[in-house]
Write a protein that binds this ligand. Structure first.
Ligand SMILES: NC(=O)c1ccc[n+]([C@@H]2O[C@H](COP(=O)([O-])OP(=O)(O)OC[C@H]3O[C@@H](n4cnc5c(N)ncnc54)[C@H](OP(=O)(O)O)[C@@H]3O)[C@@H](O)[C@H]2O)c1
Length: 285
């Protein structure tokens, strides 16, 4: 059986759709008839509820959003998966994840390190930022950031789902980290241009120096001061203060799925017509 956690999320929904014909179990916190297939109620906050769903030979897709208990909960589920004799874990991490790194990259880094030592065959997916965030980032017409003019890569979460589906339905392969990217890297001015064109509304990117960006996050989004400062610094490091790694493009999506990853314009066209949780990729723009 393929057990999919985070099944109501951006990646999870697309993955469950993609695996519809398979023996798949969606793990959800609340009843989710709209997923259109079998599901079980469980919660990472009580890892044993997820462990109880696992049997020898299962394949586990390990993913959820981040919250303060994320690292402990995900490590506990990994241990329970090892005890249950799970055949493979495909986990969602992030580019540049490492123990001690900033924010979510540090959290993922700790979980990734635990998974690599777990004894369960593993694949760690390290995606770029998700295109799915962008309409929300620009929802009031203006996105603020401290990336500067550097190009940054975004990926459509559906492409991550398609890579996961390929891995979870093929014979278990070697343990590996896979950096997943979209097909192009764009400055945020270019992203704003694409958003404005595709969604037919004004969109602009405003770059702020670090202290102003941190204050903006604190005042406008209510993010605590220390976290806001880290987030602003992270944006700058992903952008023009960084080494360019967030602009690098890999061929991994195409290598594993046989199709190029979706472009931003394809994502935006689907977003406009509300097709972004469709798993099948018919055109890559
Ligand atoms: N967004 C980005 O740009 C980006 C970039 C790189 C990596 N990532 C990583 O991608 C992951 C998020 O993936 P996503 O975007 O597909 O997620 P998402 O759309 O934010 O959905 C999160 C999923 O996790 C579930 N969840 C959250 N807390 C849970 C808990 N305690 N127990 C059980 N389920 C729980 C949610 O269930 P409910 O529906 O019940 O809330 C939902 O299904 C994170 O690890 C993040 O660090 C994100």
């Amino acid at each position: 059986m393929i057990v999919v956690t985070g099944a109501t999320g951006s990646i999870g929904r697309a993955l469950v759709r993609r695996l519809r014909e398979r023996d798949v179990l969606a793990v959800v916190r609340r009843p989710a008839e709209d997923l259109g297939g079998p599901y079980a109620l469980a919660d990472f906050d009580r890892p044993e509820t997820i462990g109880a769903l696992l049997s020898p030979g299962d394949r586990l897709f390990l993913n959820s959003s981040l919250w303060p208990g994320f690292a402990d909960a995900h490590r506990a589920v990994i241990d329970l998966a090892a005890q249950a004799g799970v055949a493979q874990i495909v986990a969602v991490s992030v580019r540049d994840a490492a123990p001690g790194a900033r924010l979510g990259m540090g959290v993922h880094g700790r979980v990734d390190a635990h998974l690599r030592k777990s004894g369960v065959p593993w694949t760690i997916l390290q995606p770029s930022g998700f295109m799915q965030n962008l309409p929300r980032d620009f929802q009031d017409g203006t996105m603020y950031g401290s990336y500067g003019s550097a190009p940054i890569n975004y990926i459509d979460a559906r492409d991550i789902a398609e890579v996961a589906a390929a891995l979870l339905t093929a014979p278990v392969g070697p343990d590996r980290d896979l950096v997943l990217t979209g097909p192009e890297s764009l400055s945020h001015d270019r992203v704003a241009e694409e958003i404005g064109k595709a969604l037919g509304r004004p969109a602009r990117y405003v770059n702020l120096p670090l202290p102003e960006m941190a204050a903006h996050l604190e005042e406008r989004q209510g993010i605590p001061q220390a976290h806001a400062a880290e987030l602003a610094a992270l944006m700058a490091e992903m952008g023009e203060r960084g080494d360019g790694s967030w602009a690098e493009i890999t061929t991994t999506v195409e290598d594993l799925t046989g199709r190029p990853p979706r472009s931003l314009s394809t994502f935006l066209a689907d977003h406009k017509t509300d097709k972004t949780d469709e798993a099948d990729h018919k055109s890559a723009g």
